[in-house]
Design a protein around this ligand. Structure first.
Ligand SMILES: Nc1nc2c(ncn2[C@@H]2O[C@H](COP(=O)(O)OP(=O)(O)O)[C@@H](O)[C@H]2O)c(=O)[nH]1
Ligand SMILES: [Mg+2]
Length: 450
C-alpha cells in the first residue's frame, strides 16, 4: 500500500457582512461557495460568523462587536463559543485564517488581522490562490500572475505606509535612480511586469492557433474533463469514477498531477479523467480572464462531462453561463455529456421523479444522477467507456507458439472476446484501438519470425 502523508489540518472560519441589497438565499449561496473554495485549498471551515449591516465597516469590514466575538472564538474564550454556528474539534482547534466573503481594502484587512490576531484572506485572494494552483499552461500562469499583481499593487502601497517614514524615504542609491521612493519603485516594477506578461500572452495567442493540432495529436489518448460550477460535485464524481477513494494513490499520475486519474475499473482504451477549476457564481471582475485561461486546458479533452447541480435553484443560469464560456474558449466543438447531479438532493421522491422527467424532456441525451449512488456512477462510467469504444475495431489476432511471451501484451491492451488454439499458435478475437492492434501484429510477426 502506498503511504499517505497526512498533512496537519488547517482550520479556517468564514465571516461575512450581509448588506440590505442581498437576500438570504443569495447570501447563503455565496457563503456555501466560499466554504467550498476554502475546502479546495485544504481548509476545514469550523465556523461561520455573519452580520447584517447597512454598509461595510470602513476600518475593519465587520462591526466592532462582531470583531470581538470572533476574537473570542479564535482565542478560545469559552464565553464566546456559544455564538458559533457549528464547531468542529472545538477543544483542539487553532484557527489559521479568517476568510472574508468580500473583497476588502488593504487597510480593512490589516485592521481586522491586528484586532483578531489571525491571518485574513478575502474572497478575491482565496480565488486567486485556487487559480494559481490550477494554472498549468504558460498562458494561464501569465494571466493569473497579472491578476495577482493587480491585486497586490495597492496592498504593497499599504505595506509601505505601514513601514513608516523609512518605507517612503527617498533614496538615490543602489541604482534606484532619481530619488524614487520604494513604493513608486515597486509600483513601476509591477506595471512593467504586467506589461511584459501581457506581451507574452499576445505572443502565445499565435501558439494557441496550433491548439487544434495539439488536440488531434492527443486523440490517441482517451481523456475526459469535468467542467462546471464549484459545488456541483465534480471532485466527488472524479473520486467515484476513478476509485481514488479506495486506491489512495494512482501511482502513474500521482506525482505528475493530482487532478488526473484513470477511470476505474480500467477500461479498453484506458480513459484519463481530469478535474478542472470550477466556475464561481460570485467571480470578481478582475479574475475573469485568468479563470478562462485556466479553464482553457479543458480544450485538450476528447470528451467533456458538464456537471450541473440539479438541486441548485439557479442551475439553468449556471448551465447557460458554462455553455457560453466554453464557446468563448473554443471548447464547444468538444463532445459533451450533460450530467445533472445531486438529484437525491431535490425534495422528496415524487419531486425528484418530476424534476428528472423535466430534465430528460429538455435535454434528451443528458444523465440525471447522484454521485453518492454507486449504481449511478457505474452507469455513467459505462457511458464514458461506450463513447471511447465507438472507435474500436473488432478483429482476430494470431500469436504463433514461438511468440507466446507476448500473450500478456494482448490482454493488457485489448479486450479479449474469445481465445482458441491450433498447431501453429493461438487465435484471439479482440476489440481494441486500430493503431494498438497494428502494433501488436507487427510485433508478433517480427518475434514469431525470429
Ligand atoms: N446530496 C448530494 N451531495 C453531493 C453529490 N455530489 C456531491 N455532493 C456534495 O456536494 C459538495 C460539493 O462537492 P464537490 O465534489 O466538492 O464539488 P466541486 O466543487 O464541483 O468539486 C460536497 O459536500 C459533496 O459531498 C450528490 O450527488 N448528492
Ligand atoms: Mg472540486
Amino acid at each position: 500500500m502506498p503511504i499517505e502523508v497526512k498533512e496537519k489540518p488547517k482550520y479556517a472560519i468564514v465571516a461575512a457582512v450581509q448588506l440590505p441589497s442581498v437576500n438570504d438565499v443569495e447570501f447563503q449561496a455565496s457563503l456555501t461557495e466560499l466554504r467550498e473554495l476554502a475546502k479546495t485549498l485544504g481548509y476545514k471551515v469550523v465556523s461561520t460568523f455573519v452580520q447584517k449591516r447597512s454598509s461595510f465597516d470602513a476600518t475593519a469590514y465587520l462591526g466592532v462587536g462582531k470583531r470581538q466575538e470572533i476574537r473570542g472564538f479564535v482565542h478560545n474564550d469559552s464565553e464566546y463559543t456559544e455564538y458559533a454556528e457549528s464547531v468542529v474539534n472545538a477543544d483542539n482547534r487553532e484557527i489559521d485564517v479568517i476568510l472574508v466573503d468580500h473583497e476588502i481594502s488593504p487597510s480593512q484587512a490589516r485592521n481586522l488581522e491586528n484586532e483578531i490576531g489571525c491571518e485574513v484572506m478575502d474572497r478575491t485572494m482565496v480565488i486567486l490562490e485556487i487559480f494559481h494552483r490550477n494554472a498549468r499552461s504558460r498562458a494561464a500562469r501569465a494571466q493569473v500572475e497579472i491578476a495577482r499583481l493587480g491585486y497586490m499593487a495597492p496592498r504593497l502601497r499599504e505595506a509601505a505606509k505601514l513601514a513608516g517614514p523609512q518605507g517612503r524615504q527617498r533614496s538615490g542609491v543602489g541604482g534606484r535612480g532619481g530619488g524614487e521612493s520604494h513604493t513608486e519603485l515597486d509600483r513601476r516594477k509591477i506595471r512593467d511586469r504586467i506589461a511584459e506578461l501581457q506581451q507574452e500572452i499576445v505572443a502565445m495567442e499565435a501558439e494557441r492557433k496550433t491548439q487544434r493540432a495539439r488536440r488531434q495529436e492527443r486523440q490517441g489518448l482517451a481523456t475526459v474533463a469535468l467542467v462546471g460550477y464549484t459545488n456541483a460535485g465534480k471532485s466527488t464524481l472524479m473520486r467515484a469514477l476513478t476509485g481514488s477513494e479506495v486506491l489512495v494513490a494512482n501511482k502513474l499520475f500521482a506525482t505528475l498531477d493530482t487532478t488526473v486519474r484513470t477511470l476505474y475499473p480500467e477500461s479498453v482504451p484506458r480513459v484519463l479523467v481530469s478535474d478542472t477549476v470550477g466556475f464561481i457564481k460570485n467571480l470578481p471582475h478582475g479574475l475573469v480572464a485568468s479563470f478562462k485561461s485556466t479553464l482553457d486546458e479543458a480544450l485538450d479533452a476528447s470528451l467533456l462531462l458538464h456537471v450541473i447541480d440539479a438541486s441548485d435553484p439557479g442551475f439553468e443560469r449556471q448551465l447557460e453561463v458554462t455553455n457560453q464560456v466554453l464557446a468563448e474558449i473554443g471548447a464547444d466543438e468538444v463532445p459533451r455529456i450533460r450530467v445533472f447531479n445531486k438529484i437525491d438532493h431535490v425534495g422528496d421522491a415524487a419531486m425528484q421523479a418530476e424534476h428528472e422527467a423535466a430534465l430528460r424532456a429538455q435535454y434528451p441525451d443528458c444523465v440525471v444522477m447522484s454521485a453518492i449512488r454507486p449504481e449511478d456512477v457505474a452507469q455513467l462510467r459505462q457511458q464514458i467507456v461506450t463513447f471511447f469504444q465507438q472507435d474500436l475495431v473488432e478483429t482476430e489476432l494470431f500469436l504463433p507458439w514461438t511468440a507466446q511471451q507476448l500473450r500478456g501484451g494482448i490482454y493488457a491492451n485489448c479486450q479479449v472476446l474469445e481465445e482458441r488454439a491450433d498447431d501453429e499458435g493461438a487465435f484471439f478475437r479482440v476489440r481494441g484501438e486500430a493503431e494498438t492492434i497494428n502494433k501488436l501484429r507487427e510485433q508478433f510477426s517480427r518475434v514469431g519470425a525470429a
